[in-house]
Each structure stands twice: as C-alpha cells, then as structure tokens.
Design a protein around this ligand. Structure first.
Ligand SMILES: NC(=O)c1ccc[n+]([C@@H]2O[C@H](COP(=O)([O-])OP(=O)(O)OC[C@H]3O[C@@H](n4cnc5c(N)ncnc54)[C@H](O)[C@@H]3O)[C@@H](O)[C@H]2O)c1
Length: 252
C-alpha cells in the first residue's frame, strides 16, 4: 500500500485506544501528516512507552473509555493543552471471551459493552460538547464487520459493534447541521493483538484469511489509512457512513 499524502498541520487528533494496533498505526500516520496526536488508554506504562517511541508530536493521557470521569478529563486535558480537538477517534475495544452466548458470564458481557459501546458514547458525549462550542469537528468511531454481520461465539462483541453503528448514525443526524461529521469504520480481520487474543490459537489465522474473499488479513496500516481520509476534507460531505474495510467479507 502506498500511503496517500494528507496535511493535518496545526490540528489536534485525539485517539482513544491509540496505544496499539489500529489506533497506534493511525497515531503514526497522523503524526507523520503534521498533527499533534493525543493517544489515550488504560495502561500507563504501555501508553507512555508508545508515546515516547513515537516522538515529540505524540503524547499519552491515561484514560479508561468505560469511565465517564476519565473521558471528561481526557477531553478537558487535551483542550487545556492544545486548545481545540479537530479530530476525535473512538477506537478502544476488547474482544471478550470466545464461546456460546449462554455460557458468557454477566461480568464479561457488561465489560465488553462498557468499553466497546458505552465507551464510544462517553467519548462522543464530551467531544461533541467541545466541538459544538468550537463550531465543528470530526469524529470517527471503530465498529467492525462484526457490527454488520453477526459473528457466532463472540456475541457480546458483535452486539457492541452493531451498537456502534447505531450510535454513529444517530450522532451524525443529530449533528449534521452543526459542522460536526460522525462516521465509523468497520474493519474485517486485521493483524493485531486483539485478533490473536480473539481466536487464541483455536482458529489458525490462515483459516480466517481463507474466509476473506481477498484471501488475506488486513494490516493495521490499511485501516488507519481510511481513518485519515475520513478525517480529511476529502470526505467533507460524508457523515453517518459506516466505511467497511473487510476484503469483501460482508458483501457475500
Ligand atoms: N483486529 C481486528 O481484527 C479488528 C476488526 C474489526 C474491528 N476491530 C476494532 O478495532 C479497534 C482496535 O483494535 P485492534 O485490533 O487494534 O486491537 P488492540 O488490542 O491492539 O487495540 C485495542 C485498543 O483499545 C485500547 N483499550 C482497551 N480497553 C480500553 C479501555 N478500557 N479504555 C481505553 N482504551 C482501551 C487498548 O489499550 C488498545 O490500544 C477495536 O475497537 C476493535 O474492536 C479490530
């Protein structure tokens, strides 16, 4: 993949769930395109190390997507340091246990929904108030191909990602006239730690690749690239869109 050229000079990009995988790949690309990038996640040690590695344009703020206090504090801290959030990416996600839904523990179900669905709402809640005050902005949420077509054995995950589609569309309509665009990405299988944990060796990644019409798993960079375009003026008339990047999986 040859990355396109984007210019986010002078803009601040906030990435919740930006310390690994897709979010990390997006942080690298936004920073290389001139943005100031704030990555957020629950793990202080990992987050600080990742930010240090990415260099001066990237900083880490500890925040749990499932905590209203943390999400409010994250937006407040970012605004205090940088004045305005141009782009907010709500990308935090966990896979939850693999298995039949009737065997899921209530606590596991609640945790998946708290991070993957409520976390997206909490992120948007505080980002939107800030963006309304500033007269505009761009929000990108991370759903999944599991939010378009159901995936058995990860019912809570699949339900949470369907929920992200609904939240994104409702937010887009509520904000369409206010200068805030809200879109989502829906990746198919992407080579990250989450995918490896999700299948936990039970399903070889080659078997997953074989289910993709393109016969391969995406790289995190290929997904990040779509985020940059959704954040750019190139997508200025697009809101409420769920951008599917799945090698053709949901076409069938
Ligand atoms: N890898 C895939 O195949 C795939 C496919 C479709 C969608 N996704 C989605 O992409 C997103 C990124 O996942 P990834 O594949 O890069 O995996 P990953 O595990 O590398 O990234 C997940 C990110 O979420 C963060 N996170 C987890 N719990 C959090 C919390 N409580 N608060 C804040 N941040 C938290 C992690 O720190 C990490 O940065 C997730 O929402 C995931 O559901 C992944």
């Amino acid at each position: 993949m040859t990355p396109a050229v984007f210019d986010f000079s002078g803009q601040t990009v906030l990435i919740v769930g930006g310390t690994s995988g897709i979010g990390n790949a997006a942080a690298v690309r936004f920073a290389a395109s001139g943005a100031r990038v704030v990555i957020a996640g629950p793990d202080d040690v990992q987050g600080s190390a990742v930010a240090a590695e990415l260099g001066a344009g990237v900083e880490f703020v500890k925040a749990d997507a499932a905590s209203a206090r943390d999400m409010a504090g994250l937006v407040a801290t970012t605004v205090q340091r940088h004045g305005r959030i141009a782009v907010a990416i709500n990308n935090a996600g966990i896979e939850g246990p693999f298995g039949p839904l009737q065997d899921l523990d209530e606590a596991d179900f609640d945790r998946v929904i708290a991070i993957n669905l409520k976390g997206i709402w909490l992120g948007m809640k505080y980002q939107i108030n800030h963006m309304l005050a500033k007269g505009g902005g761009c929000i990108i949420n991370t759903s999944s191909s599991a939010g378009i077509n159901a995936i058995p054995m990860v019912a809570a995950y699949s339900a949470s990602k369907h929920g992200v589609v609904g939240l994104t569309r409702a937010a887009a309509l509520e904000l369409a006239a206010s200068g805030i665009r809200v879109n989502a990405i829906a990746p198919g299988p992407v080579h990250t730690a989450l995918l490896e944990r999700m299948v936990d060796g039970a399903i070889p990644l080659s078997d997953i690749a074989a289910q993709v019409p393109m016969r391969r798993i995406a790289s995190a960079d290929e997904i990040a690239e779509a985020m940059l375009w959704l954040a750019s003026d190139g997508s200025s008339f697009m809101t409420g869109h769920i951008m599917v990047l799945d090698g053709g999986m949901t076409v069938a």
